[in-house]
Design a protein around this ligand. Structure first.
Ligand code: NAD
Ligand code: IPM
Ligand code: MN
Length: 369
């Protein structure tokens, strides 16, 4: 097997802290399993702005193109909040997604048994929960034109963003969702606001057409985004796969995160189209941000990033045994009672980011024998 090229972009805030725990796992894999990744590191977000005056340089973008997969920490923070839009840290991440054409963002919200009580919902509502949010990632209001802030003749200022979707953008993301549903619970909720937005009407029509033509055996329900937010906290187990646009997907996945106990638990995979050999461009990234409120204290939860790395092993590198091993280690460590401070559960041992990372590696070692 050729050495896999992995680009790590740790970013800002807690990004480098949680990424250091992934490095432990990578080191363990090299030492104990003789799996060597060709790992390089680059800057993104505020860290890149501070060094180069830009949140993602062309050189780093080239490195991302050359990599087999990218693992991202998080970007942003108050230090850079007042920069102009074109150099904000978040623009680095948006460029990475857009230029690599990563249109499909898979955000699984999975409740570990040990954390069912830590959910902000009643335990029985979330025990066994396993939802996959399929978020469109390169279109919609995040990228639509026109956009900007302008001053009107009367001196008023006007901020503009535009929600745009084309048929092909809708069909390719819906295709990902239906395909995934067939391998899971065979149910898709397609979420938009067709009651008030034309782009939502088009979304609904195209999803329905694709369903009827290619996936008639998958159960399909259309749902308005506001209702979906309510249903997620009322009865989340009704969902299997949720497919939705860029903005609704961003919001609904943060919401789904709390069902699992913490935003610090949610991994994600941002994928492009498969080439002739079935390979896809991919960035793996936790759903959470740079958490400036807790950065630098060694208290962030590294599990979302470790689980994102597990998704990378599974989806990009076909290393199922190693992905299983890492996920099993996470489960066992949680079963054993260790928690970072974001998880509210009485009677559990509070540990630092570092201790959580070390514990996961120790558990992998034990499991691997
Ligand atoms: P955030 O996700 O950074 O934090 C929200 C809350 O969740 C905070 O209280 C934080 O402490 C907590 N939290 C998040 N991740 C955690 C973890 N792993 N362990 C423990 N607690 C965790 O969202 P925010 O505060 O709205 O945004 C902060 C910055 O991050 C902003 O600049 C925003 O643009 C950026 N952001 C980046 C990404 C990304 O890089 N993918 C995602 C979301 C937000
Ligand atoms: C996320 C983040 C990003 C988004 C920001 C930081 C650009 O919130 O990955 O969920 O809105 O997509
Ligand atoms: Mn978000």
């Amino acid at each position: 097997m050729s050495t896999k090229k992995l680009l790590i972009l740790a970013g800002d805030g807690i990004g480098p802290e949680v990424m250091a725990q992934v490095r432990r796992v990578i080191d363990w894999m090299a030492k104990k399993r003789h799996i060597a990744f060709d790992v390089s590191e680059g800057l993104i977000g505020g860290a890149s702005y501070d060094k180069f005056g830009h949140p993602l340089t062309d050189e780093t973008m080239q490195d991302a193109f050359a990599a087999d997969a990218v693992l991202l920490g998080a970007v942003g923070g108050p230090k850079w909040d007042n920069l102009s839009f074109d150099v904000k840290p978040e623009r680095g991440l948006l460029r990475l997604r857009k230029d690599l054409e990563l249109f499909a963002n898979l955000r699984p919200a999975f409740v570990f048994d040990a954390l069912a009580e830590a959910s902000s919902l009643k335990t029985d509502l979330v025990k066994g929960l396993d939802i996959m949010i399929v978020r469109e990632l390169t279109g919609g209001v995040y990228f639509g034109q026109p956009r900007g802030i302008e001053t009107l003749p009367n001196g008023e200022r006007r901020g503009v963003n535009t929600q745009v979707y084309t048929t092909s953008e809708i069909v390719r993301i819906a295709d990902v969702a239906f395909d995934l549903a067939k391998k899971r619970g065979n149910k898709v909720h397609s979420v938009e606001k067709a009651n008030v937005m034309e782009s939502g009407v088009l979304w609904r029509e195209e999803v329905q057409k694709l369903h009827d033509a290619k996936y008639p055996s998958v159960e399909l329900q259309h749902m308005y985004a506001d209702n979906c937010a309510m249903q997620l906290v009322r009865a989340p187990k009704q969902f299997d796969v949720i497919v939705t646009d860029n903005l609704f997907g961003d919001i609904l996945s943060d919401c789904a995160a709390m069902l699992t106990g913490s935003l610090g638990m949610l991994p994600s995979a941002s994928l492009g189209a498969a080439d002739a050999k079935g390979n896809r461009r991919a960035v793996y990234e936790p759903v959470h941000g740079s958490a400036p409120d807790i950065a630098g204290k060694d208290i962030a939860n590294p599990l979302a990033t470790l689980l994102s790395f597990a998704m990378m092993l599974r989806y990009s590198f076909d290393m199922r045994a190693e992905a299983d091993l890492l996920e099993q280690a996470v489960k066992n460590v949680l079963d054993g009672g260790l928690r970072t401070g974001d998880i509210m559960q009485a009677g559990k041992a509070k540990v630092s980011t570092t201790v959580m990372g070390e514990s996961i590696v120790r558990e992998m070692d034990k499991l691997a024998g």
